[in-house]
Design a protein around this ligand. Structure first.
Ligand code: ATP
Ligand code: MG
Length: 431
């Protein structure tokens, strides 16, 4: 039978046998978010298109080429979120959360949608974990945010990501810098791609982030923003570096980082890997001091980062870092005959009520096939019950690793008997 359809290009399924890998990463991220003082925010998958145009920026690749935008039946233009910050900022603003005391620290897990050319580490639906801090302009906040990201990599045992930082200044520094960039790129105008030709007038900094080989080749020799920082931005950048130094964080200053979204100001940073090919930025972030005002709020200095889950998984694979498998089934109860089946059902329910992972046959297999299945799922113990066992109210509990057996009773204290044996086995003295 032919399938009606298959998954769309650039999308991935996470199957039941693999999802523990995602859950493990999410758990570490949740824990690090908690110790750094962040609480989760959840926002809709789609928003008014205007939100992303205003925040991400009209001249970015994301807005110009990559957004999934469509008109609803009501005639509204909506867009599937291409990133997580805009929705979080919109929601916090809309609900007046910024009035309840600053800073506001929010974390998020989001699926994102960008119509890009699919390749390893580049999907059309991908997932990000992110942290956002609103209401502080202090350099220590930038350093704290970077440390929070680094703490996740550290907990995962990843030690070869390089942290690259830069400052891309404020609108004040940009005036002079834009003029210098325009002059430089104007002398190469004929060679630039069509998109970048259009950016020359409106936003020449975007040319620095163009993925076309020719444009990025030209951009290599372009003036760098660090030479154009105003005093305040210069001081801020110094402050960030000093905090990172005092935290013992290693970094390199890469004056070529500009980030792909328009809302960034001052600090920008990336965690880059040398082992996952050309989609090498696992995590990117920085400051966006103008974003909240752009969205209609009071000026509110803010910052954040987003970490690509798929790229992180690729990185773990490439480094051979294994993610611990979830706990196997503690007990498989195999049953033969109607009354044994009924007993298996209640025994397993009692075990589950005591928070133990237990299973039995729900598809109608014979005894041999049930045991084969118990092996397949890696059950730690098994119990076979038939008419005799029911009659005597006793059965043999088998340790599937050692083959050792011990008699247990099937009455009310079955769960406590099993729990004692199971916990004993876990601490290294199997039955
Ligand atoms: P790139 O330069 O690789 O396109 P970006 O600057 O567009 O990245 P951001 O918008 O800052 O990336 O998103 C933060 C992180 O999200 C990236 O560092 C990456 O890990 C991940 N990411 C971005 N786009 C994709 C994608 N299409 N597929 C998978 N992950 C992505
Ligand atoms: Mg991109």
């Amino acid at each position: 039978m032919a399938l009606v359809t298959k998954k769309l290009r650039g999308t991935e399924d996470v199957l039941p046998a693999e999802s523990y890998r995602w859950q493990f990463l999410e758990e570490i991220m949740r824990e690090q978010a908690r110790v750094y003082g962040f609480s989760e925010i959840r926002t809709p998958v789609f928003e008014n298109t205007q939100l992303f145009k205003r925040s991400v920026g009209e001249t970015t690749d994301v807005v110009q080429k990559e957004m999934y935008t469509f008109d609803t039946k009501g005639g509204e233009s909506v867009t599937l979120r291409p990133e997580g910050t805009a929705g979080a900022a919109r929601a916090l603003l809309e609900h007046g959360v910024y009035n309840d005391g600053l800073p506001v620290k929010a974390s998020y897990f989001v699926s994102c949608y960008r119509y890009e050319k699919p390749q390893a580490g580049r999907l059309r639906e991908f997932h990000q974990f992110g942290l956002e801090v609103y209401g502080t302009s202090k350099p220590v906040a930038d350093a704290e945010l970077i440390c929070a990201a680094a703490s996740i990599f550290e907990r995962l045992g990843i030690d070869d990501l390089s942290l690259e930082i830069n400052s891309i200044g404020c609108p004040e520094c940009r005036k002079k810098y834009h003029a210098a960039l325009k002059e430089y790129f104007a002398s190469h105008e004929a060679e630039l791609c069509d998109t970048c030709k259009g950016r020359l007038e409106r936003n020449p900094m975007r040319i620095l982030d163009c993925k076309s080989k020719i444009c990025s080749g030209i951009a290599k020799d372009a003036p760098v923003i660090l030479d154009y920082l105003c005093e305040e931005c210069e001081e801020h950048f110094k402050g960030v570096k000093a905090c990172l130094d005092s935290a013992g964080m290693k970094y390199t200053v890469n004056p070529r980082i500009v980030r792909g979204l328009d809302y960034y100001t001052k600090t920008v940073f990336e965690f880059v890997s040398g082992s996952i090919g050309s989609q090498s930025t696992v995590c990117g972030g920085g400051r966006y001091d103008g974003l909240i005002e752009e969205l209609g709020g009071q000026p509110l200095p803010s910052l954040g980062f987003a970490l690509g889950m798929e790229r992180l998984l690729l990185l773990l694979d490439s480094k051979g870092i294994e993610i611990p498998k979830p706990e196997a089934c503690a007990l498989y109860v195999a049953a033969l005959g109607e009354s044994a089946e009924a007993k298996a059902f209640t025994l397993v329910k009692d075990l589950r009520d005591a928070s133990l992972h237990a299973q039995y046959d729900i598809v109608g297999r014979g005894l041999k096939a049930q045991m084969k299945y118990a092996n397949k799922i890696g059950a730690l113990y098994s119990l076979v019950i038939g008419d005799n066992e029911i009659e005597e109210n006793k059965a043999n509990l088998k340790n599937m690793t050692t083959g050792e057996q011990v008699e247990v009773t099937l009455g009310e204290d079955f769960v406590s008997q099993f729990t004692a044996i199971y916990l004993d086995g876990k601490t290294g003295s199997p039955v």
